[in-house]
Every structure is written in C-alpha cells, then in structure tokens.
Design a protein around this ligand. Structure first.
Ligand code: MSP
Length: 647
C-alpha cells in the first residue's frame, strides 16, 4: 500500500538547528502526525547533509577529523529532534553507504545515457550556498546574489562534469503548467517559472577532490557536487536501486518541505530535472515556506539570536512554572499559528508570550478547567450518564475545516478552525450558565451541558495532537480517556460512558505581562560563529532593487464586510477575500468612506505585512490608499480575480 511520504531537507551539520531551520522539521512532524490521524499511513524522512565543502571547512577550523565532527553533529541533530518530540520514520546520513552507493550508481547511469558530460567551467562560487553564479549575478563586488547570504564568492576554474539541465527547460515548464499543485505556494511557483524562462544553464556537478565527499565513479580526482548528492537522499532512503518493494510504497513523495532559499534553483528545477533524467515520477507537492526573523532581525549566529527552540521552551517553563514538555508544544504551536504557511514570519518574544496568555491560558486552558472544575464539584468528577450532543454540528464543522486546511497545507488555518471551536465551547458554557442550572436543581439540563462541553474538549484534544502532542496527552490524562482514535471517531457517542475524570490542573499558568521577561534581553543562547562570516561593505543605496520590491506581497482583494472597530472613531474593521481566505484588515478610512460604499469594492492589500493587534483585533494586512486631505483607496482599473499579484 502506498504510504504518504513526507520529507524535510537534510541539514548541513555545521551547527545545531536554530528556531528557523527547526521550523521545516516541526512542520513536517505536524503534517506526519495529522496524516496518521486521518489514516493515510505516513512515512517521514529527515537526515543530515554531510558531504559539503563547508562542513569539512568547519571541522578543519576546529581541528577535528571531519568524520568525527559529522558523527557528533548528526547525533546532536537526532537529539534535538527527539527533544522536540519529532517522530521520523527514518534518518538518513549522506555519508552512509546506502546513500553513497546509490549516488555513484545514478552518476554512472546518467553519464552512460549522456545526461552527464565532461567540460571546462569557470564561475563565481559561493561556498556558503555551495552554488556557482555568473559574473552578471555576483556584480562588481562578487557578492553572493542570494539575499539571505551576500557573502563573497571566489572565482573557480575547473575541469568538471556537467548535468545537462538546459535540455529539461521545456519539459519542466510543461510539467509545472499541467500540475498546478506541484509547486506551492503559488507566488513561489511563479518565481520558479520566471527562473526557468530566463534560460537554464547546464550545471557543474563535480568538484576537486580535497579528501571529503563522494568520489566521481572512475575519476578519483573529483568528488560529486554536494547538491547532486544531497537531493538523491529522498530516493536513496526510499529504497531506490536497493529495495524495490519499499520504493514502490514510498515514491513518488507526497510532500517535500523546504525553505524558500533552496526552493527555486534546487528543489523546483535541478531536482525534478534529475528525476526526469532517471525516468522517475516527480513528487506530488513541493512547498517552499518563508523565513523566520527574530524580533524583526535576520537570524544569524554572529548576532547571537540563533535561538535553539528547546531553550525557548526551557525559558518559558522557568517563567511560568509550566512543565517543559508543555512549553515545547507552545513553541510548536506558535510556529504553526503565527505564519500563513509560505509567508515570512517574525518570532517576537512579546507576541509569543501574548499568544501563550490569550490562546492557551485563556481560551484552551479555560474550556478545560471550567468543564472539569464543574464536573468535579457538581458530580465528584463522574461523567453523568447523559447524552450531550449539543455541539456535535460545530465539532463536525471544525473537523471538516481542519481537514480542508491541512490538505491545502495551511496549518495556521487548521488552528484557526480549532480555536473557533474552543470559542464556541466557551460561549456555550457562558450562555447555558451551568452554575445557575445547578442552583435551580435542573439536573437533566445541567448534565447535558457538561457532557456537551466534555465532548468539545475531547474533540479539541484529538485535533490539536499533531500540533501539540504533549498538551493533547495531558488533556487526555485529566479527562481520563484515550484519544488515540480514528478520524471518524472524533465524534463518538458514549465516548465518556462510565468515565471518572481526574481533578483539573491548570496546564498554562498565566504570564504576568507587566514583568519584563529577563530572558528576552539576555540573548537566549549565545552561539559563537562557527563559519567566519564575511561582512559585505555597507553601501548607501538611493534605489531599492527589484528584489526589495518583490518582498512586498501586494494582492487584489475584495471587501466583503465593513464595520467600525469598537473603541475607535477612525478605524474600520473589514473582512476581505484575498482569493485564498477571508482575512481581517483594519484601516483608518472612517473619515473618508461610508461602510456600505466600501463593501464589494476591490482593493490592493499588502498581504505579508506582519499582523498587528488593534483594540484586540488582529489586522492581517494593510490596504493601500493615498492622498493627504482627501484620501482614496487604490483599486484595479478593471476587476481582477482575488489574489492576483501586483507587480
Ligand atoms: N543541506 C541543505 C539542504 C539539502 S536538501 C537536499 C540545506 N541545509 S540547511 O541546514 O541550511 O537548511 C535546512 C532548512 O532550514 C532549509 O529548509 C532552510 O530553508 C531552513 N531555514 C534556514 N534558516 C531559516 C529561517 N531563518 N527560517 C525558516 N527556515 C530556515 O539548505
């Protein structure tokens, strides 16, 4: 039976992961757990990328034999994932024979069939990105064009082996066109198409053998280019050329996740072309997620903000007295909830602590504590033999929305749906006021309300397991039920029959937001730079580059609802349809427009602006408008589909 095969990139072993690169793996683990819940038999691969020149360079700098160095770091990676409750099915190391043998066999096969040939190459090489660039790409200062890197490149001239990438341009474009969900999100797919249309060059796939890497078969003077080697991990680990049965069960991969820095050139161009050359099917979905910054700054070891996620959890645990396992889940939750998958996001400590209080302590903690608290004081924790069922419709709706969102790879939207259910549950308890029913001795009604509330908490616990496995476990312990159930059993009559619950114990004690988080100022973990970072000279620019402009995600949206933001006299709270979802946008338009006039109008929004709370409402974007005394909002000249990108 075909398994749902999920992969992360394999990590360079030059340092342990920080919160940004742990994100890819945490997301993959979340998707894996979800696929398990819906019964799709997932298989999750991660691993370490050990043959890179830069890995050998760091080991040399530290005076450690490279193999010892990679052994230690690969082990450290496995420890970090274990600590973060990441449950992978396999962990591949590119120094393992099961991988190196397949890489060499593939090299040989492609050479025999003419997809790999020998030639001379001169180009600008960025060691940090392990990539060759053209003179025109590195500019006069010879800086790496990757905006996340910008380190100095060196001119290399070598006799090399080439992979005939250029001959796959048309085939790739055709495939991308015919498979609209192959590359996601949409705006990154467009980047790939633009990149391929610029013209693909054949790619040098060998380097001088300096004693580290996989030798080119039949030519020991060279080693195989690390990206050619690394990409193959996805099939070598799946049993390609070694275990045909396993390979049939796994390939093609269903979901390959990676950050945007390695999406366009490597995973969406080079990788599918290699697979085409091998005559293998392409993965179903490749997703390029955005980049995390920390408190608005790029994550960099030299800045000391390369935070280890486990350390963030430890600090939260110290501050709140919450168990550290629960705090690890809070980090996972924050990473999933805070960003629209695909977009860049910022890890702000203020916001992290705020979300802990509002979403977890208030909303989730509240529904659990009050439900169990009432049951304990009204009926000694014994679940009455009563049919609940009042919120079955809402639970069913939440399940549908979660499934739909996860199938569209939007974990943030899945969490929104779960939190909507929590709000419905809390409101239901407020409206039904069980404490009054108790006072009036209306026991039938009281028990129906308590059981309905318990059913909601149970459904929430099951649904949040992929995101917060330890929290789910703890809720199940307090409810004293088993939540390892099938998707179709989330709604199950009699799930509480005969159950005697445990006493409620608050899972998320509140943070006193007035107290400064001392840990915040202290850099959470000082990490000494291990690879020397060359700083490009500061240069004052009068212009922004096209890349700078491209960072602003401008899109067409339609206003569907407008109302005054409570507690303000200038701001409207609007619901706008951006083609993918309905989002809330607040704008100071009250002095200039009537609410009714705005409904139905198309506007332009900045879709990737960091969300901001205004009077308790989260504004998820900005609408464009201009003018001083007379202010007008911007609209397309003629209607465009919602979500159209402005270029
Ligand atoms: N070894 C290559 C991948 C080879 S896959 C065949 C590599 N490794 S990495 O260690 O540099 O990156 C691992 C993952 O972390 C990538 O998905 C990368 O995009 C991601 N991130 C690195 N910094 C990040 C942020 N600041 N934010 C989000 N993701 C980040 O590339």
């Amino acid at each position: 039976m075909k398994q749902f095969y999920i992969t992360t990139p394999i990590y360079y072993v030059n340092d342990v992961p920080h919160i940004g690169n742990a994100y890819t793996t945490i997301m993959a683990d979340t998707f894996t757990r979800f696929e398990k819940l819906v019964g799709r038999n997932p298989y999750f691969l991660t691993g370490t990328d050990e043959n890179a020149t830069k890995v050998a360079a760091v080991a040399k700098e530290k005076g450690i034999p490279t193999i010892e160095f990679v052994d230690k770091l690969s082990e450290a990676f496995q420890g970090v994932w274990k600590n973060l409750d990441v449950e992978y099915s396999d962990f591949i190391r590119t120094t393992q024979p099961r991988h190196t043998e397949v890489v060499q066999a593939i090299f040989k096969q492609l050479q025999d069939q003419g997809d790999i040939y020998k030639g001379e190459y001169e180009g600008w090489y960025c060691m940090s990105c392990e990539t060759f660039f053209l003179e025109s790409e590195v500019g006069e200062e010879h800086l790496c064009p990757n905006p996340e890197c910008r380190k100095k490149c060196e001119l290399l001239k070598e006799d090399n082996y080439y992979f005939a990438l250029s001959k796959y341009s048309d085939k790739l474009l055709k495939y991308i066109k015919e498979h609209p969900d192959f590359l996601l999100p949409e705006f990154r797919k467009n980047e790939v198409v633009g990149f391929i249309k610029q013209g693909l060059r054949d790619i040098s796939i060998s380097r001088k053998n300096d004693g580290w890497g996989i030798p080119v078969p039949g030519d020991e003077s060279k080693v195989i280019y690390v990206w050619f080697d690394a990409l193959i991990n996805y099939i070598s680990a799946a049993g390609y050329l070694s275990d045909p049965k396993k390979f049939t069960e796994l390939w093609p991969a269903d979901l390959q996740l990676m950050g945007k820095d390695i999406f366009v050139r490597f995973h969406s161009t080079f990788w599918p072309a290699m697979l085409m050359a091998l005559g293998l099917e392409l993965p179903k979905h490749l997703i390029g997620h955005g980049f995390w910054t920390i408190d608005g700054e790029k994550i960099s070891k030299s800045k000391g903000n390369a935070i280890n996620p486990a350390k963030v959890a430890e600090n939260l645990s110290k501050e709140t007295g919450t168990k550290v396992e629960i705090c690890k889940d809070v980090v996972r939750y924050y990473l999933c909830r805070e960003t629209s998958f695909g977009q860049d996001a910022d890890f702000s400590f203020e916001n992290f602590r705020g979300r802990y209080n509002s979403d977890l302590s208030n909303d989730l903690g509240n529904i659990l504590n009050r439900t169990l608290g009432m049951l304990n004081s009204y009926n000694e924790g014994k679940v009455p033999d009563s049919v609940g069922g009042d919120l079955i419709g809402e639970i069913k709706q939440a399940c549908d929305k979660v499934l739909e969102a996860m199938d569209k790879f939007a974990p943030d939207r899945a969490l929104n749906a779960i939190w909507d259910l929590i709000s419905v549950g809390n409101k239901y308890i407020n409206d039904k006021a069980p404490w009054i029913l108790k006072k009036e001795e209306k026991y039938d009604e009281l028990y129906k309300v308590l059981v309905s509330a318990l059913e909601t908490v149970r459904a929430v616990a099951i649904l949040i397991e992929p995101f917060m496995p330890n929290v789910a476990k703890e809720i199940a312990r307090q409810l004293n039920i088993d939540i390892n159930v099938k998707w179709e059993d989330i709604i199950k009559e009699g799930a509480f029959k005969g159950v005697e619950t445990n006493k409620p114990e608050p899972i998320f004690p509140r943070i006193d937001m007035k107290k400064q988080n001392k840990e915040k100022e202290k850099k959470v973990e000082e990490v000494k730079p291990q690879v020397p970072e060359e700083k490009p000279e500061e240069k004052k620019e009068e212009y922004i580059s096209i890349d700078d402009f491209a960072k602003v995600d401008l899109r067409v949206a339609t206003i569907v609802e407008v109302e005054r933001l409570e507690g303000t006299d200038k701001i409207y709270k609007m619901k706008v349809d951006d083609g993918e979802r309905i989002r809330t946008v607040c704008a100071g338009m009250v002095p200039y427009y009537e609410a009714d006039y705005m409904v139905g109008k198309q506007i332009i929004i900045v879709a990737n602006l960091k969300p901001r709370k205004m009077k308790g409402v989260l504004s998820e974007g900005m609408m464009l408008a201009g003018g001083e005394e007379v202010v007008k909002f911007l609209s397309p000249e003629a209607p465009l589909p919602n979500g159209s990108k402005i270029r």
